[in-house]
Design a protein around this ligand. Structure first.
Ligand SMILES: O=P(O)(O)O[C@H]1O[C@H](CO)[C@@H](O)[C@H]1O
Ligand SMILES: Nc1nc2[nH]cnc2c(=O)[nH]1
Length: 312
């Protein structure tokens, strides 16, 4: 007989069914995450310094890695599974601009049925593997009227709408080995990297397409109503999505240096008299159209960050 621990059975082999796994209210312990890390360390002969999370349709960023090793999430002990189109579901290790890097080709969202602490589990895995710098990308709706489809918004801050209602990835017992019970969040996005990102954007000809703004995350999966968008605009949000915020919180909690950007994949529909509607296919298409430039952008900015030695 086996008993369930953190959605897995104590004999460490047979997994519980998917629905049990998703519904489990138990948290990952530090020790359980170490099991995942030990598995990955056996597969990968180097420790990544840089982590990249690919947003919807942006998985091709992983193609920039040299000497890559790809491991499907389904093979990684205790890892959640990707369920969304545009999120392939594998960890890719390799070298980017000469730096040992791990790329998450596919992230986990709250609307998939995963609690936020589970969505953010891979960030703690990256930390334990040695990642100091985390690049978070996402596809988002542009709420700021100046933003156009294909533009990039460097995230300077966020509004944690889900957190207002007490839904936070750090909710529950705190393990000090990851970070403090009450982490500050006023410097969640590294300012020096944002400055550098603007410079790099100009250098590679993206200059007129970049902005700096505030991201907010709703639980999804539905896109927003006109009234909701009106409210978010009043609150000061420039772009809206269904990810990133909880990842940034988890990464800051364990003292990672964070840079995040949104690819604006659609302009939010803020009036009633229109037949326009946002849809996920369009979101993925815009990601694909922008992939070449974004690969160049990410490689170059990483190179310059480590040349300059930027960290928190
Ligand atoms: O935030 P990422 O994963 O880029 O994806 C965004 O795109 C999807 C909606 O099209 C949602 O999952 C939203 O969060
Ligand atoms: N919530 C939300 N997520 C998105 N992801 C891409 N576009 C959008 C959007 O308009 N709203």
């Amino acid at each position: 007989m086996t008993t369930k621990t953190n959605g897995y059975q104590s004999n460490g082999t047979a997994k519980v069914t998917r629905s049990e796994e998703i519904d489990s209210g138990e948290r990952y312990t530090y020790e359980l995450l170490v099991e995942t890390v030990e598995y990955l360390k056996k597969k990968v002969p180097f420790a990544p310094q840089v982590g990249i999370i690919c947003g919807s349709g942006l998985g091709s960023l992983a193609e920039t890695l040299v000497n890559s090793i790809e491991i499907p999430y389904t093979e990684i002990p205790h890892f959640p599974r990707s369920t969304v189109k545009g999120h392939a579901g594998s960890l890719v290790f390799g070298y980017l601009s000469g730096l040992p890097t791990v790329v998450m080709k596919g992230r986990f969202h709250y609307y998939e049925g995963y609690p936020l602490w589970k969505c953010c589990m891979p960030i703690r895995i990256m930390k334990l593997l040695g990642v100091s710098h985390l690049f978070i990308t996402n596809a988002a709706g542009g709420l700021n009227p100046k933003y156009r489809v294909g533009d990039i918004m460097f995230v300077k801050d966020h509004i944690n709408i889900m957190g207002f209602a007490g839904n936070n990835p750090l909710q529950g017992p705190n393990d000090e080995r990851f970070g403090p019970r009450f982490p500050p969040m006023n410097q969640a996005y590294n300012r020096d990297i944002i400055k550098l990102a603007k410079k790099v954007a100009h250098e590679i000809g993206l200059g007129d397409k970049v902005h700096e703004g505030v991201y907010t995350c709703l639980g999804g999966p539905n896109f927003e109503t006109v009234a909701e968008l009106g409210m978010l605009k009043m609150l000061g949000a420039d772009a809206v999505g269904m990810s990133t915020v909880h990842e940034v919180i988890t990464a800051n909690h364990c003292d990672m240096t964070v840079f995040a950007f949104s690819l604006i994949t659609n302009e939010c529909v803020v009036q009633y008299e229109t037949t326009q509607e946002p849809n996920h296919e369009e979101v993925i298409d815009v990601g694909k159209k922008r992939e070449g430039l974004l690969k160049k952008f990410v490689s170059e900015i990483l190179r310059q960050i480590f040349e300059k030695g930027i960290h928190n």
